[in-house]
Ligand binder design. Structure first.
Ligand code: SF4
Length: 367
């Protein structure tokens, strides 16, 4: 939403720019979105290109008659590549399975070609995307999996780093953990949404695991992958969530000590099971208080995790300049700011860490 709002000033300055929005936020009923975001020219649901075609045809802009795969990533230093669309999980609060349909993977050779092309145009790091990326390959006639795809992409010349998002805990299996541990281009950072730490809430969310099973997966990942950083997503204020059930979530956060936590207050999504079945009965002020509690806890833990990095040297892929400093990320997805007289964009550099906070590291480039 913030990104959409930020495009308002773009449209104001350059009215000729056409802004189109697609994704899970958009379904075929766009009236409310049109009212809310009048600076967006066109809305179309994911994988439904009819409105785009109609819009282009009305303006005499030629488009192929058949729906095409829209280019999902521009060549850039760090590129995002969708490899699987949709989801078979039907978590009770989530609209993805309804809007995006069942899991549909791209062929490995098509992805390989896409990656090679991006590298040719200057990309150094790729992030493979999927709502449930661990399900990759299961639906293909010739079954494969994410671990095998990572091994295939590891061989691409010029590619330096591979990341992937987002994992469902039930699909984080041993072969994937071993691929992360052994393939040197695959970064040791995993996003593994926990959503809640109470078994009853997890069952109502239809997540398919208990808190204990989630913790066991984390333990196994940490035993297989050295120096692993883990991020997670949490929902607070799911219908009926008591103080005690919320305390279960806090306990999981304290136990795992995530490198990053994305927290959201529950809000009902029309059409989902949770909206039909459960009243949104946690008061907004309780949701807000829980959200702030999670954020404060995470800030303390992230600061404690980053503090020992002081004085160490970290490898950074330089992405650009921000507020007078160069910035980039470590393999563990930590944001790093550093000073250097030259433009090192696109290079892997060593940075000596001189300051740490919960959110970023700062230092000096060792060149
Ligand atoms: Fe939605 Fe993720 Fe659950 Fe799929 S696994 S239904 S995308 S929350």
């Amino acid at each position: 939403i913030g990104r959409i709002n930020s495009l308002k000033s773009v449209k104001k300055k350059r009215p000729e720019v056409i802004i189109a929005l697609t994704g899970c936020l958009v379904d075929s009923r766009t009236e409310e979105l049109e009212r809310r975001f009048p600076w967006i020219d066109l809305f179309f649901p994911p994988q439904e290109l009819g409105p785009l075609h109609a819009w282009a045809t009305a303006r005499g802009i030629p488009l192929p008659a058949e729906p095409v795969s829209l280019p999902s990533s521009q060549p850039s230093l760090t590129a995002m590549i969708p490899i699987i669309q949709g989801c078979n999980s039907f978590c009770s609060y989530c609209i993805v399975a309804y809007r995006r349909g069942r899991e549909k993977s791209r062929q490995p050779d098509e992805i390989l070609c896409h990656v090679q092309n991006l590298i040719k145009h200057g990309s150094k790091e790729i992030t493979l995307l999927g709502q449930n990326i661990g399900a990759y390959g299961r639906d293909l006639p010739e079954k494969t999996d994410l671990a095998r795809l990572l091994a295939l992409l590891q061989e691409v010349d010029g590619l330096q780093r591979i990341r992937f998002l987002t994992n469902h805990p039930k699909d984080m299996d041993r072969s994937l953990m071993e691929a992360i541990a052994h393939l040197d281009k695959v970064c040791e950072h995993v996003s593994l949404p926990v959503q809640a730490g109470d078994d009853r809430i997890l069952a109502q969310m239809r997540r398919g695991y208990t808190a204990r099973q989630y913790l066991n997966t984390i333990e196994e990942m940490r035993s297989v992958i050295p120096n692993l950083s883990i991020s997670t997503d949490v929902i607070v204020g799911f219908p009926g969530e008591t103080d005690e059930q919320f305390a279960g979530t806090v306990r999981v956060l304290e136990q795992v000590r995530f490198d990053r936590v994305h927290v959201a207050a529950y809000s009902p999504r029309p059409g989902t099971l949770a909206t039909r079945k459960y009243a949104d009965d946690v008061p907004p002020e309780t949701k807000q208080a829980r959200l702030q509690q999670v954020e404060a806890l995470h800030e303390r833990i992230a600061a404690e995790i980053n503090a020992p990095l002081l004085g160490t040297t970290v490898q950074v892929l330089v992405e650009g300049r921000h507020k007078g400093k160069w910035s980039g990320r470590t393999r563990t997805d930590k944001l790093v700011f550093f000073t250097h007289r030259d433009d090192l964009t696109g290079q892997l550099v060593d940075v000596k860490v001189e300051k740490t906070t919960a959110w970023a590291l700062q230092g000096t480039c060792q060149r």
